[in-house]
Design a protein around this ligand. Structure first.
Ligand SMILES: [Zn+2]
Length: 206
């Protein structure tokens, strides 16, 4: 019997299609070119997929069951979305959305940082940790958009001056965009002029 790499989505078929099987790959709801989300202080938000089955479950497994094999697959989806929405005149500096150190300890890793580092390698861009989360905020998912903004106010800081190049923030999920907005504001306070974002998945509850 020939050995093949199994698709992490279904665990059955051969992973011969961007790290998945063809069926699983085509079951992802891709967001087509030009559709993006808005977030204050962020120029353009590129979302690769809609947060629906099956990718919502895969992201959950990635974050909470530490299935890090998803990194390459997710980054491929983000890379494709970036190529379809190419907006930079020069190479962007990639910055991951930070998590609080207590959260990092619980989870063991920051998924946005893993995605950012892998993406930087794939698109041949620089990546840097310029942001920290200074407040361990309540889980955003439970909150209304008004409460989210309140919850996050002043929770993210830039730690050093930002070079004058386009910034590309990286996060796994966008819901209201308030996290990306806080990041962009913090970066602009430290000299950033142009801040965009790429996210793996966008929820519809906005
Ligand atoms: Zn599959």
């Amino acid at each position: 019997m020939a050995w093949f790499e199994r698709c992490p989505g279904c665990g059955q078929h051969e992973a011969n299609y961007y790290g998945l099987c063809e069926t699983c790959y085509h079951s992802i709801y891709m967001i087509s070119k030009g559709i993006s989300h808005n977030a204050d202080s962020v120029g353009r938000v590129i979302a690769a997929t809609a947060y629906t089955k099956p990718i919502d479950e895969w992201i959950h497994r990635y974050k909470f069951k530490r299935e890090k094999a998803w990194t390459g697959i997710f980054v491929e989806l983000m890379r494709k979305a970036i190529l379809e929405n190419d907006i930079w005149s020069e190479d962007p500096l990639i910055i991951p959305v930070p998590i609080h150190k207590k959260r990092l300890k619980q989870r063991g890793f920051n998924q946005s940082e893993l995605l950012a580092r892998e993406l930087a390698t794939k698109i041949n861009a620089m990546v840097g940790d310029y942001l920290i989360k200074t407040k361990n905020t309540q889980d955003q998912i439970e909150l209304s958009s008004e409460k989210r903004r309140e919850n996050l106010r002043g929770a993210i800081k830039a730690t050093r001056p930002i070079p004058p190049v386009p910034i590309l923030l990286v996060d796994d999920i966008i819901t209201t965009g308030s996290t990306l907005s806080e990041c962009a504001k913090a970066l602009k306070e430290m000299g950033a002029t142009e801040v965009h974002a790429v996210v793996l998945s966008a929820t519809s509850s906005r």
